[in-house]
Design a protein around this ligand. Structure first.
Ligand code: NAP
Length: 279
């Protein structure tokens, strides 16, 4: 099988490494010639080009560019594709992409690998990024079953756990567990850096250890990705952020009131539910 990848960054590059390890021939297209050269050097692709014509023989094409470029890239790729070619994307938001791409290419399947790091670009590409992690596909009623099965087969081959759900449910679910944490984590760093007493901030920096490292990690990822999440999943993210603000207000109220008993009950409940939720 030949698989095409457009956008050889963290996700596209990692996908290329794993697919080649499984004996699949990978055709990579990226914007910069330096990225194409690095992809060849690192063994991420069998062939690389800045020209979409390279994708003519691909059976499946993964669009792994920033979210805002997925639709324009699909439009540019279409003239080179065989009728039966299946196209999928890896964007972190699904409803707007699936709505816009499906009318253009019948064999389009929205996808989102639930894996990543705080790094970006081809240097960040790594082997086995997807192993054991969910890979969500978001077919709609127009999506041909064979196209879904094809992308499932590729994702399964790299060790991912396949999940299938409607695009709007995906977007609301990831708003809670992926997008909201980015903004909470970033606002934690922002609030901490807002400390006016320099001496307190200096000591806080010296004391900062695994707890602060863990809670601030997801806010320190690719800023463009965070902005695109907010732009493309605005409604669901605002809904989650507003509910989060209410929850935060609740904590403030209990502490102001010195209502330690209720505070403890709430912390006990969140401790228990977290364990069950992550099981
Ligand atoms: P990234 O590391 O910045 O890679 C994006 C790549 O897209 C760049 O290497 C760039 O290639 C390429 N590109 C940009 N414009 C292009 C164009 N016009 N034509 C061809 N290639 C172009 O980003 P990423 O983290 O891999 O994210 C890519 C997608 O994966 C996004 O849609 C994101 O929502 C999704 N995603 C990300 C994560 C995560 O944790 N990062 C997780 C799941 C899904 P050049 O180097 O050639 O400029």
């Amino acid at each position: 099988m030949e698989v095409g990848i457009v956008g050889l960054g963290l996700i596209g590059g990692s996908l290329g490494l794993d697919l080649r390890d499984r004996g699949i021939r990978v055709l990579g297209v990226s914007r910069q010639s330096s990225t194409c050269e690095k992809a060849l050097e690192r063994g991420i692709v069998d062939e690389a080009s800045q020209d979409f014509a390279l994708l003519r023989t691909a059976e499946v094409v993964f669009i792994c560019t920033p979210i805002g470029l997925i639709l324009p890239i699909l439009e540019q790729v279409i003239p080179y594709l065989e009728k039966a070619t299946v196209v999928t994307d890896v964007g972190s938001v699904k409803s707007p992409i699936v709505q816009q791409c499906t009318p253009l290419w019948r064999n389009f399947v929205g996808g989102h690998p639930m894996a990543g790091t705080a790094e970006q670009g081809i240097e960040a590409a790594q082997r086995d990024l997807f192993v054991g992690n969910s890979y969500v596909f978001t077919p709609i009623k127009e999506t041909p079953l064979f196209a879904l099965r094809k992308v499932e087969e590729v994702a399964r081959s790299i060790g991912a756990v396949i999940e299938v759900c409607p695009p709007d449910i995906h977007d609301q679910a990831v708003a809670w567990i992926s997008h909201l944490p980015v903004f909470i984590s970033a606002s934690l760093v922002d609030a901490c850096m807002g400390e006016q007493e320099a001496i307190i901030l200096q000591w806080a920096q010296r004391f900062a250890s695994s707890g602060f490292r863990d809670t601030s990690r997801v806010g320190g990822g690719n800023p463009q990705l965070g902005v695109m999440m907010a732009q493309y999943n605005r409604g669901a993210i605002l809904r989650s952020l507003q509910q989060y603000r209410q929850s935060l207000d609740q904590f403030i109220t209990y502490i102001e009131q010195e209502n330690w008993e209720t505070l403890e009950q709430l912390l006990k409940a969140t401790q228990q539910v977290r364990n069950r939720f992550l099981e």
